[in-house]
Design a binder for this molecule. Structure first.
Ligand code: MN
Length: 415
């Protein structure tokens, strides 16, 4: 009788329902949407440091920012565009001619032209009609094409817009020369099942050759929805290192890439063994700490403490690890504490060629468990208080703001 496999792989059963683009091109948004994370700001040097690693690990397109925002931002985009990186450098623009001019001047080869599509955005934010949006979109797409740029056309809030308008708008910009069409789930309301339906309907109606998705994480579904989009055949998914971005963030680069690589054996062309290094760099530069339980790059992702788990992993890593930590450039950690069992202690002693008798092992285990329980909660509480003070209200504090109002000579009108 043939030997049974150690674990069953049911992904094989759904393989016929997946059609991945080949090659998949990852479009990173860390320097644009990621920088829009509340409280985050990147200097031109910092943008270049992040872009360099993104390019080295195999990211195809890097959104470096929106040049029209400020002279500083324009300088940062120019800096990244001129660094001779292998990745294509892109800059973003509204459907406004001056925005497109600023992108052209920044020296990038790629542009993303964006405008909102849903009725709520048109009526309350843009105060434009569908026809006005369509006219501005086609005009700026032509302007960018005439300047020789690769043009991606993006709508915000695509998945809450009337499909007939989306069809009319995307068909028009494609006919005007747009090279890539981007669908955004700006407020993260899609689910994998509905998003699959949406993308298949989009493909049926608009027949895009080259298309992207931009997924937000308001319901914790950004990665799942982005993986779904890849299954449907999207060519250039948007991702952000550490899942940075507006509000709850974007689809995390490391999670999307490693899910595709490890679960579906898709060759993404990304150097996954440098993902931890990249994550740590962005954590440091952005100042946004990773939750310890963040998938793949959080401190706990490859740590084991509970006795049953440690024992299992020591016997065979497949018991409690779906992938080897080295895949993302990390190492497994055995944590000694309250939940530790004998196997972990015996394994730890082996590091110094020490073998202990059972009673001594039991005594050591008792001491480790006590020590684990005694870890300073006061220290953790003090740390949390400081963390909350820093992160609950990033940016300028209320006190600072009102001082600025006063210093600017603005006074309340007398009643
Ligand atoms: Mn966004």
């Amino acid at each position: 009788m043939p030997e049974r496999p150690l674990v069953e792989n049911y992904h094989a059963a759904t393989a016929p329902q997946r059609k991945f683009a080949d090659p998949l091109q990852f479009w990173d948004e860390t320097l644009r949407d990621g920088e829009q994370t509340p409280g985050v700001h990147f200097s031109p040097e910092e943008k270049l440091r992040i872009a360099t690693v993104l390019s080295e690990i195999g990211i195809s397109v890097i959104d470096a920012g929106i040049p029209v925002v400020s002279a500083d931002e324009a300088a940062a985009v120019k800096r990244v565009a001129g660094a001779g990186l292998r990745a294509k450098i892109l800059a973003s623009a509204r459907t406004v001619p001056a925005d497109v001019d600023a992108v052209i001047r920044s020296g990038v080869s790629h542009i993303a032209i964006f405008v909102a599509a849903s009725e709520v955005h048109l009526r309350y934010k843009l105060k434009l009609t569908q026809d006005e949006v369509l006219a501005a979109s086609t005009a700026t797409v032509r302007q960018a094409k005439d300047a020789g740029l690769h043009v991606a056309f993006v709508t915000e809030d695509t998945v809450r817009a009337p499909f007939d308008f989306v069809e009319r708008l995307y068909t028009a910009v494609r006919d005007a020369g747009a090279d890539r069409l981007v669908i955004s789930d700006t407020v993260g309301i899609m689910t994998p099942l509905t998003f699959r339906w949406y993308l298949e309907e989009f493909a049926r109606r608009i027949r895009p050759r080259d298309w992207s998705v931009h997924c937000h994480n308001d319901f914790g579904l950004a990665v799942a929805n982005t993986v779904t989009a890849c299954e449907v055949g999207v060519t250039a998914p948007h991702v952000c290192v550490n899942g940075l971005g507006e509000r709850a963030g974007n689809a995390s680069l490391e999670e999307v890439v490693v899910a595709l690589e490890s679960l579906y054996q898709v060759r993404t062309g990304i150097r996954t063994d440098r993902l931890y290094e990249l994550s740590q760099l962005v954590e440091e530069i952005s100042g946004v700490p990773l939750p310890p339980n963040k998938a793949l790059v959080g401190y706990n992702s490859f740590s084991h403490e509970a006795g049953i788990h440690t024992h299992g992993v020591l016997a065979h890593t497949l018991t409690y690890e779906p992938l080897q930590p080295e895949v993302v450039g990390r190492h497994r950690q055995m944590i000694l504490g309250k939940h530790t069992g004998k196997a972990a202690i015996a394994e730890k002693l082996k590091e110094r060629q020490i073998a202990a008798t059972d009673p001594l092992l039991a005594e050591l285990l008792r001491r480790v468990k006590e020590g684990g329980e005694a870890r300073s909660k006061d220290q953790l509480r003090a740390f949390l208080a400081e963390y909350r003070a820093l992160f609950e209200h990033p940016g300028i504090s209320d006190t600072e703001f009102w001082k600025m109002v006063h210093d600017a000579g603005i006074r309340a009108e007398a009643a």
